[in-house]
Design a protein around this ligand. Structure first.
Ligand SMILES: C[S@@+](CC[C@H](N)C(=O)[O-])C[C@H]1O[C@@H](n2cnc3c(N)ncnc32)[C@H](O)[C@@H]1O
Length: 270
């Protein structure tokens, strides 16, 4: 059913920043990974403010990579006394790191050492498909989708409140920024869902607009003058909520109802 998984090969650029030889690009800004995660993805998504007082909040990331965005989000959520009761973080990754490589990568971020150790202790076998990890007594749920993003997201059913778009540069990693993939993100978006990415490439902006996101450039991080932050603004006809349905179904599940139905169901508890 799934293609065999090819793990990431850990490499570093001269600057010491993790580097992918496969894609010819860096995993994060040379000006600092945690700073980029906080500026582009947290602040770009207006977090923590938008998850405050919510029963549940769902983040979807394209490209889990080193887990840095996840760790920065977890740390911000944990430090926020008004954070949502339950945070779902869904991330898709075609080439996951082996756990030993993650340990090497995580040494660079002592501020996340405790959380990173917890993540590695739960790190799944590198098998394709869905892996669900829980932290903080089940209040934080990390759903890792190991496989190609377009394929994995086609059969994902959930309503998403915030998208982190973090592929490698669009010209080096076009499949993670394709019109089809971004269109799928629109299908999964709750109304008003935020979108944040460091890329301001014109084709990406065009795909986002076509998918129902209104995005504007805002000040970028480090050497990047601009980044994109936006909201899902397309109105959709309401659908009746499904009865007794869970909020989420795994890729490949044959009985998954329409995305609009899941979005309506996202008001329930999970
Ligand atoms: C810039 S890195 C992500 C960095 C990550 N967010 C972090 O916090 O470390 C891009 C990631 O996208 C993954 N990727 C590239 N193409 C993909 C695809 N078609 N489907 C899923 N993941 C993909 C790469 O393997 C890589 O880990």
């Amino acid at each position: 059913m799934y293609e065999a998984l090819v793990p990431a090969e850990l490499g570093f650029a001269e600057s010491g920043v993790p580097y992918s030889a496969l894609y010819g690009d860096l995993y994060h800004s040379a000006e600092g990974g945690p700073g980029q995660a906080r500026h582009v993805f947290l602040r770009g998504s207006q977090l923590p403010a938008r998850w405050q007082g919510r029963a549940r909040f769902v983040i979807l990331e394209t490209g889990f990579g080193t887990g840095l965005n996840f760790l920065a989000t977890w740390a911000a959520w944990r430090a926020d006394p008004e954070a949502c009761d339950r945070l779902h973080y869904v991330s898709v990754e075609k080439h996951p790191f082996r756990v030993d490589d993650l340990a090497r990568l995580h040494q660079a971020w002592p501020e996340f050492a405790e959380l990173a150790a917890e993540l590695r202790a739960s790190w799944p076998t590198l098998a394709p498909g869905m892996h669900r990890l829980t932290f903080a007594d089940g209040r934080l749920v990390l759903t890792l989708l190991f496989g190609d993003a377009e394929r994995m997201l086609t059969s994902l059913r959930t309503g998403v409140d915030a998208f982190y778009l973090d592929g490698f540069a669009p010209d080096k990693n076009p499949d993670l920024w394709s019109a089809a993939l971004i269109g799928r993100l629109g299908d999964l978006a709750n109304w008003g869902a935020s979108l944040a990415t460091w890329s301001v490439a014109l084709p990406v902006r065009g795909h986002l607009q076509a998918a129902g996101f209104r995005c504007d450039p805002s000040p970028g991080y480090g050497r990047k003058k601009e980044m994109l932050a936006g909201r899902y603004v397309r109105e959709r006809p309401a659908a009746p909520p499904p009865t007794g349905a869970p909020w989420f179904s795994a890729p490949g599940s044959p009985a998954a109802p329409a995305a609009s139905a899941w979005r309506r169901a996202a008001g329930g508890s999970s």
